[in-house]
Ligand binder design. Structure first.
Ligand SMILES: *Cc1c(COP(=O)(O)O)cnc(C)c1O
Length: 240
C-alpha cells in the first residue's frame, strides 16, 4: 500500500526538477490527480495530503464516488471520452472538461451547464498520434472546433489536451507533445486567450513539461496501480 502523502510529494519534486531543467518555474505547472478506479477513501487521503484537483474518466464511477466526498471542495475535472447522452450530468457535476472533441458535445455541454454555476472550463482533446482508436479532434480540425467553442455561452475555452501514443519511444512521444504545443501557440497567435496545455501522465510528465505542459494528469505514480484495467488497457493487452 503506498503512502499517498509521500508519493504526492515525490511527484511534486519530479515536476519541480523537470521544470527547472526546462528553465521554467514549478508553479507554472498544475497537478491534477487522475483517480479513475480508485475508491473515495484514496481520494480523501490525497486531499488530506494537500491535493485539491482530481480527474475522472467515467461518469458513472465519478457519480458513485462524489457523494462520499461531498464535504470536500474538490475541483473535479472530466478527462474521459464523452458520449452525448452523458453531457447533462457532466455539465452539472464538474468544473472542467478536458476531452471535448466535437461540435455536438460542445453544444450540448453549453446547453446543459446550469446558469447557477460558473462557466464550464473547457479544453479540446486533440488526437496527436493519429491512432484510429483514440478520441480527440484531428490536428487539422482544431482551428474550426476552437472557433465554434469560443462563441458558446456557459463555456470558457482554456486550452488543449492530448494523450500521446503509449510507447517507450520517447522521441515519438516528444514529437506528439510538441505538436500539441505548436497547435496551442498557433491558437494564441490567432488571438485566443488560452492558458492550459494539459499533457503528461505518470510515465511521461517530464517530457511533457519540457515541451510546455501547464497541467499534468497523474494517476498511478500517486495513487498506486489501478484497481482494474480500463478499456484502453484491456485493448492494448489483447493486441499483444
Ligand atoms: C488514466 C489517465 C491519466 C493518468 O494516467 P497514469 O498513467 O495513471 O498517470 C491521465 N490522463 C488520462 C486522460 C487518463 O485516462
Amino acid at each position: 500500500m503506498i503512502i499517498i502523502a509521500s508519493s504526492l510529494q515525490a511527484v511534486k519534486d519530479r515536476i519541480a526538477r523537470a521544470a527547472q531543467s526546462a528553465d521554467r518555474q514549478p508553479d507554472e505547472i498544475t497537478l491534477l490527480v487522475a483517480s479513475k478506479t480508485q475508491p473515495a477513501e484514496r481520494v480523501r487521503e490525497a486531499w488530506l495530503a494537500g491535493q485539491t484537483i482530481f480527474g475522472e474518466n467515467y461518469l458513472q464511477e465519478a457519480l458513485a464516488k462524489m457523494p462520499a466526498l461531498a464535504d470536500l471542495p474538490i475541483e473535479w475535472h472530466f478527462i474521459g471520452p464523452i458520449q452525448s447522452n452523458k453531457t447533462k450530468r457532466i455539465a452539472e457535476n464538474f468544473s472542467w472538461v478536458h476531452s471535448v472533441d466535437r461540435v455536438k458535445i460542445a453544444d450540448r455541454l453549453a446547453k446543459d451547464r446550469p446558469e447557477s454555476l460558473p462557466p464550464l472550463q473547457i479544453c479540446l482533446q486533440v488526437n496527436v498520434s493519429g491512432e484510429a482508436s483514440k478520441s480527440g479532434v484531428a490536428p487539422e480540425e482544431v482551428a474550426h472546433l476552437a472557433a465554434h467553442v469560443v462563441r458558446l455561452p456557459r463555456l470558457k475555452f482554456r486550452g488543449l489536451m492530448a494523450v500521446p501514443e503509449l510507447t517507450t519511444a520517447t522521441a515519438l512521444q516528444r514529437s506528439q507533445f510538441h505538436m500539441l504545443r505548436e497547435l496551442f501557440d498557433r491558437l494564441k497567435r490567432d488571438g485566443y486567450e488560452l492558458d492550459t496545455l494539459s499533457m503528461g501522465m505518470s510515465e511521461d510528465m517530464d517530457i511533457a513539461i519540457a515541451e510546455g505542459a501547464t497541467m499534468v494528469r497523474v494517476g498511478t505514480a500517486i495513487l498506486g496501480p489501478r484497481r482494474y484495467l480500463i478499456p484502453e488497457e484491456i485493448a492494448i493487452r489483447a493486441a499483444r
